[in-house]
Design a protein around this ligand. Structure first.
Ligand SMILES: Nc1ncnc2c1ncn2[C@@H]1O[C@H](COP(=O)(O)OP(=O)(O)OP(=O)(O)O)[C@@H](O)[C@H]1O
Length: 366
């Protein structure tokens, strides 16, 4: 058995002191926030690249909105620093008020003025340009967010939820912010509209080259929208990384389970192989040797006629494109869930053969 060498230990998910890279647009350093005796943010370090898209995702109450409000300048941090393009905007080195930070903000419900028309809502943020130019600019902004400029005469309630969110985005884009903050802007939309609106808004912001931060509690939204995902838990960032890395190599078990379905199994780590109910599975950079728990995503466990592992179907849940199949592994006495496209493959009691593809992630036990 080979012991873990220091070089094989995983790098810390969030380094304690991130250097602001030259293209860093937003830089947070050890940001904390207390409300009375409640510590809501406990030391946030985050660097956001210019023109990049970051999603802050986490369970309700983890501090996401508070962090966004600190970035916007609606709240001051208790300790720590916030810099925009290298300039201190909050903390001991300076304070720049919200309206001078070149930041746009789109709230969950869009917060449009119901008594104004769509055009007037958008023009509300156009005080800086001559009156004669405003109508034309409203039409430009509406085209930019893929809305028919004829809708300018309508009132917000005469538009769909997704269209209203695009108006809110157009209004937020009107003063040409360099940074756009989106606070759960899609959560009130139904599933289909949500995906379409999300895609449209992501495209608009990318085309405009606006750095974007999206707050969401929906992990699929975070993974699909952003090029950097920051997972927030209980006032800390549990992990920051690109969507593929955080999904396939979560920093800890809670992050693994938050980001999607996870198959968690007890295992014995020896070298780079973890022996568990599914056999010996390769693990990249095992954190320790001996007793561990390992994590696989359900899509890594394939139903295959020649698979080496036996599983007996306990039950299935049908989701349309996919069926979740719960299986008992009789040799190990453990239960796991896998996914398969063919709902007809598995009736309770059927014995299936399984094969694991790819690597598992191991976490120290306990
Ligand atoms: N102005 C405030 N005064 C006192 N407590 C506050 C204030 N704002 C937020 N909190 C508390 O801070 C904690 C984090 O709230 P926050 O809204 O940042 O969480 P969140 O992750 O955005 O949650 P959700 O997803 O439910 O919106 C909560 O316990 C909340 O009650």
């Amino acid at each position: 058995m080979t012991g873990p060498s220091p070089s094989r230990l995983p790098a810390p998910a969030v380094s304690p002191a991130i250097d602001p890279s030259t293209d860093s647009h937003l830089f947070l350093e050890a940001v904390t926030k207390n409300f009375g005796s409640q510590a809501v943010l406990k030391g946030i370090d985050l660097s956001v690249t210019r023109g990049g898209t970051t999603a802050i995702v986490g369970p309700s109450g983890s501090g996401k909105t508070t962090l966004l409000r600190i970035i916007a300048g609606f709240e001051a941090p208790t300790t720590g620093r916030v810099s925009l393009s290298g300039e201190a905007v909050a903390g001991p080195d300076g304070w720049v008020p919200a309206h001078k930070r070149s930041i746009g903000y789109v709230a969950q419900d869009g917060a449009l003025f119901p008594h104004l028309t769509v055009g007037q809502n958008i023009a509300f943020s156009l005080g800086h340009i001559p009156r004669a130019r405003r109508k034309e600019r409203v039409a430009e902004l509406m085209t930019m967010v893929r809305l028919d400029p004829d809708y300018a005469k309508r009132r917000p309630h005469q538009l769909s939820g997704g269209q209203q969110q695009r108006v809110a985005l157009a209004r937020a884009l009107a003063h040409e912010p360099q940074l756009m903050l989106l606070d759960e802007p899609f959560s009130a939309l139904d599933a289909g509209l949500r995906v379409a609106t999300r895609r449209a808004i992501a495209e608009v912001l990318k085309e405009a080259g606006v750095t974007t931060i999206l707050v969401t509690h929906d992990q699929a939204e975070a993974l699909s929208f952003a090029d950097q995902v920051a997972i927030m838990r209980d006032g800390n960032l549990a992990q920051v990384g690109n969507p593929f890395v955080v999904y396939t190599r979560p920093a800890d078990r809670a992050t693994a389970e938050f980001l999607g379905d996870a198959v968690i199994l007890d295992a014995w780590m020896e070298g780079s192989l973890a022996t568990c109910a599914l056999g010996a599975i390769p693990v990249r950079r095992p954190p320790v040797q001996g007793e561990v728990v390992i994590m696989l995503r359900p899509e890594q466990i394939r139903i295959a006629e020649d698979g080496p592992i036996r599983g007996t179907v306990l039950d299935t849940v049908y989701f349309g494109p996919e069926t979740t199949v719960r299986l008992l592994l009789p040799d190990a006495g453990e239960t796991i869930s896998v996914r398969h496209w063919n709902a007809a493959i598995a009736r309770p009691g059927t014995e299936l053969r399984l094969r694991v593809v790819g690597e598992a992630v191991a976490f120290p036990k306990g």
